[in-house]
Design a protein around this ligand. Structure first.
Ligand code: GLA
Length: 508
């Protein structure tokens, strides 16, 4: 239940009178943008505006998060207000005040994907202040959630967010399940088909979570995915809202876990989002534990994927709350800068992974079009060396053969899924190049020569530094599938810009 600030009759009367005065005089006051989405769900944004001459200050409140207006003006009936919600993103609210209503254009610029978005909306004066976050529920005492014995090797599958974002529907999930089977991805190990944010509508009279119009029958959808020999995942937040402003699980954790189990859901991604407006970061472990317990009590084996962007050193406690994986970073985007920032910063926490409990540097962008195939090979190489979950995020209906080959390279998948779970060692060389090595269960060594530079470069692996003793033995290049003859105590390859040469030394 949302707690709203109640106003007495008298205050309401005064607020009404003030509203009329403000409407005549300017833009100051509280404005509510009520967004009715085509999927049947709704979403409110509040503009809390303070006018002084032609200058406008105040804040924008969305999903209970307050963002200061960094630049605002009101000139000749026209509002301009900008906020800076995260990273370089800037959101502007621009529009004309006409007959007491603000006809707005809301634009998102500098998004990590590079895609600008523009939405039209109408704002009306609100007699209430912005909806306040509900009171904080008590958090449980800490304990260790029992092992669920799932994903003993990193989970593999597909997730809707990176390509489809808010456009995911029942039809997308069915078509993706079909393509995973037909393309050979299922045979390669990709099993989970995961619905990310934007499937929720609201709650029924009994508080049960209800999907929106895009997902008319969740149980039938789960049955369909299961009929293909695959598993299905879903998404929620411990806060009242998801990151997309949809209904979260706040105060309904056990009830939601039961709904997921009744539908036949096999996987939950649980995203912090608006929980940050209610809880402290130090409550995070207890809050995740609550859902970990709820999933176990649901009676169905459900993989638990934590998404809280690596806060609170989650790798030190994620397994204790029943987490099968935990995000270690902010969101990935389909460009080299993002991939490089995330992928090359993970080796220092690689030692925290163990069977059933994985570091998750975010989902794959392979095939989404923002990077070259060389860059996507770096992506796949880093993720497999790190034993990361492999969740493809591209449109499988429009997948070029080169993308399929990168995603299903059996030698790379064998590294990711190697049951010994040895950790990679990273050596940073001069000139923006690196060598990583990881031992495999069979005693062989995989050695990756990375070139982060913007031109081709020679990169040298020195066997003595990597613990490779069989330097004169055969090696195989795992991306070209060609044998390589080694001699001497090092190996040098010219690696393309933003590229990798990956060898397996001493196998069989
Ligand atoms: C956050 C997560 C993303 C995705 C979106 C959905 O940003 O980190 O992976 O789930 O929310 O809104």
């Amino acid at each position: 239940m949302q707690l709203k600030r109640t106003l007495s009759f008298c205050t309401l009367f005064l607020a009404g009178a003030l509203t009329i005065l403000q409407a005549q005089d300017g833009i100051g006051g509280v404005w509510r943008i009520h967004i009715a989405r085509p999927d049947g769900s709704t979403h409110d944004v509040f503009l809390n505006l303070v006018q002084s001459g032609s200058s406008v200050t105040g804040d924008v409140i969305e999903n209970y998060g307050h963002r200061k207006i960094i630049e605002g003006s009101f000139v000749e009936g026209k509002l301009h207000a900008a906020i800076h919600p995260w990273r370089e993103v800037v959101v502007t609210y621009e529009g004309q005040l006409t007959d007491g209503k603000l006809n707005l254009t809301i634009s998102h610029k500098n998004t990590p994907t590079g895609k600008a978005s523009v939405t039209k909306a109408t704002a009306e004066r609100s007699t209430e202040e912005a909806t306040l976050p509900p009171a904080k529920l008590p958090v449980p005492a800490l304990h260790d959630v029992p092992e669920n014995n799932l994903v003993r090797t990193p989970q593999m599958g597909w997730n809707s967010w990176n390509h489809f974002a808010g456009r995911v529907t029942d039809a997308t999930i069915r078509a993706t399940a079909d393509r995973i089977v037909a393309s050979g991805m299922k045979a390669a190990g990709y099993i989970y088909v995961n619905i990310d944010d934007t499937w929720e509508s609201g709650r029924d009279a009994n508080g049960n979570i209800v999907p929106n119009k895009k997902f008319p029958d969740m149980k039938a959808l789960a049955d369909y995915v299961h009929s293909k020999g695959l598993k299905i995942g879903i998404y929620s937040s411990p806060g009242p809202f998801t990151c997309g402003g949809y209904e979260g699980s706040y105060g309904h954790e056990e009830q939601d876990a039961k709904s997921y189990a009744a539908w036949g859901i096999d996987y939950l991604k649980y995203d912090w989002c608006s929980a940050g407006t209610i809880y402290q970061d130090s409550d995070m472990r207890a809050v995740y534990q609550k859902m970990g317990d709820a999933l176990q009590a649901s009676g169905r084996p459900i993989v638990f994927s934590l998404c809280q962007y690596g806060k609170e050193d989650v790798w030190t406690w994620g397994s204790k709350v029943g987490g099968n994986s935990w995000r270690t970073t902010g969101d990935i985007a389909d460009n080299w800068k993002s991939l490089e920032e995330i992928g090359f910063s993970q080796a220092k926490i690689a030692e925290y992974v163990q069977p059933g409990h994985w570091n998750d540097p975010d989902m794959l962008e392979v095939g989404n079009g923002g990077m070259t195939d060389d860059e996507y090979r770096v992506h796949m190489t880093l993720w497999t060396l790190l034993s990361a979950p492999l969740l493809a995020g591209n449109d499988l209906d429009k997948m070029p053969d080169a993308t399929l080959k990168i995603l299903t390279n059996p030698d790379l998948i064998a590294i990711d899924q190697d049951p010994a779970v040895h950790h990679p060692k990273r050596t940073v060389l001069e000139g923006n190049t690196e060598v990583w090595a990881r031992e495999m269960q069979d005693g062989s060594m995989v050695v990756a020569l990375f070139n982060r530079d913007s031109q081709a470069k020679p990169v040298t692996a020195e066997w003595s530094k990597l613990g490779v003793t069989a330097a004169s033995s055969k090696a195989r290049n795992l991306w070209t599938h060609k044998d390589v003859t080694l001699s001497g105590d090092s190996y040098t390859a010219t690696v393309p810009k933003h590229g990798v040469v990956l060898l397996q030394v001493g196998k069989g």
